[in-house]
Ligand binder design. Sequence first.
Ligand code: TYD
Length: 154
Amino acid sequence: MESLQVSNCAYIDLGRIKDGVDGVLSVAECGRQIPFDVKRVYYIYGLSAPQAIRGRHAHKHNRQVLFCINGSFNLLLDDGTHRQEVTLDRPDLGVYMDVMLWHEMSAFSPNCILLVLASDHYDEADYIRDYEAFIDQVRANHRNASINTSGRGE
Ligand code: TYD
């Protein structure tokens, strides 16, 4: 697995409990592997169209952990400065996506199923769906952070 160079995200490795011929378990518990209380679970499937793309947005408050529980897909992560594409193809390895992280999912295998754990209920107002608006917000956040660091904004 390729290390992540992008801010606001991290791999979450659930590990595998192997039950011999009876299969394998991977477990996600809030406050342990998942760094927030889960308010919403959704899954995405029916991804057989080769041109299918999902995501293409960032969130203001909602945090998520994304798993590929069947098949594979490519996940593009972009913090406004660094951009990286990784392949997710293991049900035990997820990606934590913090706020202000542009993400796009593509190149789905036809049998792909994504499982998403979210910190907040669905709220369209929490989405930034325009990439230029996302970049503007990242720059504004950097400006505010440097003003606060120098003590002039207080
Ligand atoms: P979207 O979040 O853009 O999907 P993805 O991130 O997987 O590309 O949502 C697609 C549509 O589904 C959009 O019309 C909003 C709706 N939706 C809900 O109603 N509730 C939800 O929890 C989610 C994730 C989406």
